[in-house]
Design a binder for this molecule. Structure first.
Ligand code: S3P
Length: 440
């Protein structure tokens, strides 16, 4: 596609946020439900599945590996598990699209198999670092090649891998999960220690598939050779999608906005803490969670409030890693200065999110300074409009749509097709909430 024909949004200035919304299912949980269902014994039913491009890449890859999957409705999936030794070689390279979670978790899943696999992705994924996963897997006996540390990832059959004790250099749920998935198919007990807690959906979901995962402080351990048993996974709303509307509510919900059925796993909700420190009025109403695979769920109520800039505690960074783009928009609308440090990981997401946000905020006239591992922003009560390059990054595109609530002129957001990777129906829901946004 040429630049002229790429999808774009135009978001008109102002708009009032109100009502009740339900966001689509959680991306991290949907990927895992498919993969774990695929290698389980018996069938797995997934309800509330995220029918976004990232999870559909995982679904198609599993089909190529011989897993039968039915999808009677967009968000309702049956995975007919093939059991621990049932995956079969794919006829061609497995295309992970834009999905970092898919490629990294598949590395862990496929490394111990008896067949070779090649993993590729779109332009953005082909630039992302894979040695953080390949390195520890090699220590377990895997035979994996990357190219300059990036995809294509070539995996050569390595049955008979061995457990390791590994300390992650950075907090990363993707790396942790890949090692645990390889550990599950290796000899011995694999231990992974994290420098700070990262999302723990893998640990919670493995338990609901009947696998014993031991947790001791910062250490997670798994014994190789355990068999998963198919189950019913009820996927809650994605907190990372709700995040756009939580910030929108802080900026413009005079009468409040209610977000229903959102996953509020504490390893995901750092944004609430950061916004509360800025003065936001956010109320979390927990739901009964007995049947939600160990994942806490809540309704979240948010009201317009006066935000003040803060220095973000570094301990909150891994707990809100995907929410920084929209958090930076909140900071741009706050009184005073906001400083984020210790967020180097943002440079290796779907885009360099520090640089992309700094560039976009500058285009709107928001004073900011790009730091090696963070961003400094001086908030303002109204900024201008302008054209924003999302760099093909779904979260950058949606964040600048939210910024239109405080803009004086329309914001045109370019290269937005990848919003479909995580948030199908974003524009419809945003308009329902009160944003003046159109796609073209
Ligand atoms: C994810 C983990 C995070 C996050 C990504 C989803 C997951 O990545 O940014 O969107 O599902 O495990 P890292 O683990 O690399 O920080």
């Amino acid at each position: 596609m040429s630049d002229m024909t790429k999808a774009r949004y135009v978001a008109g200035p102002g708009g009032k946020i109100e009502g009740e919304l339900t966001v689509p299912g959680d991306k991290s949980i949907s990927h895992r439900a498919l993969m774990f269902g695929g290698i389980a014994e018996g069938d797995t039913e997934i309800t509330g599945f995220l029918a976004g491009e990232d999870c559909l890449a995982t679904l198609r890859a599993l089909q190529s590996l011989g897993v039968r999957i039915e999808r009677p409705e967009e968000e309702h999936v049956f995975v007919h598990g093939v059991g621990p030794d049932g995956l079969r070689p794919a006829a061609a390279a497995l295309d992970m699209g834009n999905a970092g979670t898919a490629i990294r978790l598949f590395m862990g899943l496929l490394a111990p198999q008896r067949f070779n696999s090649t993993l590729i992705g779109d332009e953005s994924l082909m630039r992302r670092p894979m040695e953080r996963v390949a390195g520890p897997l090699r220590m377990m006996g895997a035979n994996i090649q990357t190219h300059d540390g990036k995809p294509p990832v070539e995996i050569h059959a390595s049955p008979g891998m061995r457990a390791i004790e590994y300390t992650l250099p950075v907090a990363s749920a993707q790396v942790k999960s890949a090692i645990l998935l390889a550990g599950l198919q290796s000899f011995g007990r694999t231990h992974v220690t994290e420098p700070a807690p990262s999302r723990d959906h893998t640990e919670r979901m493995l338990a609901s598939f009947g696998v014993e995962v031991l947790r001791e402080g910062a250490k997670v351990a798994i014994e190789g050779g355990q068999t998963l048993r198919g189950t019913h996974v009820r996927v809650p709303g994605d907190f990372s999608s709700a995040a756009f509307f939580i910030v929108a509510g802080c900026l413009a919900a005079e009468n409040g906005l209610l977000l229903r059925n959102v996953g509020v796993n504490p390893t995901r909700t750092g944004l609430i803490e950061m916004l509360r420190q800025m003065g936001a009025d956010i109320r979390v109403h927990p739901q009964a969670t007995a049947d939600a695979n160990g994942e806490p769920i809540a309704d979240i109520e948010v009201r317009k409030s006066r935000l003040r800039g803060i220095k973000v505690p570094e301990s909150l960074v891994p707990l809100s890693i995907d929410e920084f783009p929209v958090f930076f928009v909140a900071a741009a609308c706050a009184e005073g200065e906001t400083l984020v440090r210790g967020a180097l990981e943002l440079r290796v997401k779907e885009s360099d999110r520090l640089a992309a946000m700094a560039q976009g905020l500058t285009a709107l006239g928001v004073e900011n300074q790009l730091l090696a591992d963070g961003l400094w922003i001086r908030g303002t009560d109204r900024f201008g409009g302008g054209a924003i390059d999302s760099h093909g990054d779904h979260r950058i595109a949606m964040s600048f749509a939210i910024a239109s609530l405080k803009a004086r002129a329309p914001i045109e957001i370019l290269d937005v097709a990848n919003v479909a990777t995580s948030f199908p129906g974003f524009v419809t829901l945003a308009r329902k909430a009160g944003l003046q946004i159109v796609a073209s």
